[in-house]
Design a protein around this ligand. Structure first.
Ligand code: F6P
Length: 366
């Protein structure tokens, strides 16, 4: 009988709970035993109470809850082999032979590494007498499957990550609120949004709220951007617009990779255009809160598919993650997607912005 464990890792995102619920219930539905690992990889490394058998009713009500109720952490110990050795030992002690991880690219890469090392880890545990030869044989394969939970929508080979549409909706709500007060006073607002190195949230928020100007890391503005931005905003004001909204992604920079800060943009609007300007940093409001319908659905469908995938995986199957492509839930190779995701950061670092935009996909090109 399989024991399937689910964990959430990296930054939380709305919908992670729905994924946990789906994995637990689908595992039970398939006749397996479900386990939750609390506090991400920390739970795997430290074991004990952090690894818990989970019943159908334990995940009741989770679908509509934001964050992740089983906790998450960025765990340094798991990035080193001794930490992974402890994790392997804890998994075997609990009889767990399959793992579903909902997290970002770092967390999923860690999982694949763990799987690759698995036979060697078991060998070491036998040598140190921590597991028996019989256990080594019984647990010789580890199946892992990822689902991508992140508000940033920064992962390659999937159209959406679990949480990105909830975050986008929250940003839009916030911008709508700001719109009302901005219009009342004829003010300008510079709004900083999250996304680490990815401009998806800023780009989509700009489109969805009709912002005057946006800054994203993948497509830095032209060298004369200050004049350009001021020219556009001036024109909008001449058309009778009573407010100005500029959205700045947290990772925004110019062509020379100098950070474009909200303060810099504010100073320009205040001094060059004489606009009464305020800055709003949306911060973690964007990450918490109730998941939107789309994220609940995505998390559920992907959690179900993840269980099917771990049950069908063979030792030869390369690690997979569950993606959504053109509205279909599919299994994609994990390592290729991690590599492509990394290539975007690389392209930005060497200032090849065309490549960064191409790698992000058609939404950015349009
Ligand atoms: O990856 C999700 C994210 O919210 C990013 O958008 C942001 O840059 C980062 O996490 C913030 O991390 P922390 O919560 O550790 O400050």
């Amino acid at each position: 009988k399989k024991r399937i464990a689910v964990m959430t890792s990296g930054g939380d995102s709305p919908g992670m709970n729905g994924c946990v619920r789906a994995v637990v219930r689908m595992s039970i539905h398939q006749g397996c035993e479900a386990y939750c690992i609390r506090e991400g990889y920390e739970g795997l490394v430290n074991g004990g109470d952090l690894i818990q058998p989970t019943r159908w009713e334990d995940v009741r009500g989770l679908l509509s809850e934001g964050g992740t109720s089983i906790g998450t952490a960025r765990c340094k110990e798991f990035t080193e082999r001794p930490g992974r050795l402890k994790a392997a030992k804890n998994m075997i002690a609990n009889g767990i032979n399959a793992l579903v991880i909902c997290g970002g690219d770092g967390s999923l890469t860690g999982a694949d590494k763990f799987r690759g090392e698995w036979p060697g880890l078991l060998e070491d545990l036998v040598k140190s007498g921590e597991i028996t030869k019989e256990q080594q044989k019984e647990f010789q394969y580890l199946n892992i499957v990822g689902t991508v939970g992140s508000i940033d929508n920064d992962f390659a080979d999937t159209d959406a990550t679990i949480g990105c549409y909830s975050s986008l909706a929250r940003i839009c709500e916030a911008v709508d609120s700001i719109d009302a007060t901005a219009s009342s006073h004829q003010r300008a607002f510079v709004i900083e949004v999250m996304g680490r190195h990815c401009g998806w949230l800023a780009l989509m928020a700009g489109v969805s709220t009709g912002a005057d100007f946006i800054f994203i890391p993948e497509n830095p503005p032209a060298p004369d951007w200050e004049e350009q931005m001021c020219g556009i905003i001036k024109r909008h004001r001449q058309f009778g617009k009573r407010k100005t909204i500029v959205i700045v992604a947290e990772g925004a920079h110019d062509l020379e990779l100098n950070k474009i800060s909200p303060t810099k943009v504010k100073d320009l609007l205040s001094h060059k255009l004489k606009l009464d300007t305020r800055i709003t940093t949306l911060g973690h409001v964007q990450r918490g809160g109730t998941p939107c319908a789309y994220d609940r659905q995505l998390a559920t469908l992907q959690g179900v598919e993840a269980v099917k995938a771990v049950l069908e995986a063979t030792p030869e199957t390369p690690s997979k993650f569950i993606a959504i492509i053109e509205n279909k839930i599919v299994r994609n190779p994990l390592i290729e997607a991690v590599a492509t995701t990394g290539q975007v950061a690389e392209a930005i670092k060497v200032k090849d912005f065309k490549r960064a935009m191409d790698l992000r996909g058609p939404e950015f090109a349009e």
